[in-house]
Design a protein around this ligand. Sequence first.
Ligand code: PAF
Length: 276
Amino acid sequence: MKLAETGEALREILKGAPRPCVLVPTMGAFHAGHVSLMERAREMAGPHGSVVVSIFVNPIQFDRAADLDAYPRPLTRDLATCRAAGVDVVFAPDAASMYFPDRSVTVTETMLSRGLCGATRPGHFDGVCTVVLKLFLLSGCDAAVFGEKDFQQLAVIRRMVRDLDVPVEIMAAPTVREADGLAMSSRNTRLTPEQRADAPRIRQALSAAAELKNPAEALAFARRAIEASPLARIDYLTLVDAVTLQPISEILRPAILATAVFYGDVRLIDHAAVTP
Ligand code: PAF
């Protein structure tokens, strides 16, 4: 496995690397969900193609400095995980090598990124789009794998690739859950034991509410179930069209019941599909 710490080094390593080249963009602090993305990338690349994992805690997508500072960065352990997963190249730059101090270009998606996490985390998706496009350009990858847990991120990246004619195939990998249903997230490690024990209620609330075909009832049910815990604070809870991500009041097409919930200062997201 090779390690590149700058964009220049990555380009050099990947010059003439076996194709297809499949990228897994991450912020590190790996759990089984990340490993499933690496496995999906290997399936796509085949035994002779190249799997590249980027590990970069992207400062420009964080809306809260405390969240950026607290984000776990266990690089040595992450590299071992990549090696065990058969990754060919890891790209782990620092912020100074990714961004010029007078950086003045940002990629902005203006429709799908406005609601949900975009509404409560201003600038978040600008930061995501900007870094993902840079990672695509630096790696010259043919395809990239993203987790479905961040369904809004996936939709925004697909739109960016479509609208800017970026020649990268976007693959989605299913959400991986703990045995008690909590969606795996690098932020879970920051929960106290009490918060961790309580957090599966998010999944339980969404799954049960998604069975109720009346949108108002589904939202009210999920809100009650989450707010029944004194530890949980809802950031948003909404029902959106699965394609446009616009809020809906009638379920005529596939929809998504989505939430972000704070446990202390740890913000967790999850969603459930709702079918008409
Ligand atoms: O999903 C993530 O971990 C990040 O948003 C990504 C796609 C690596 C961009 O920094």
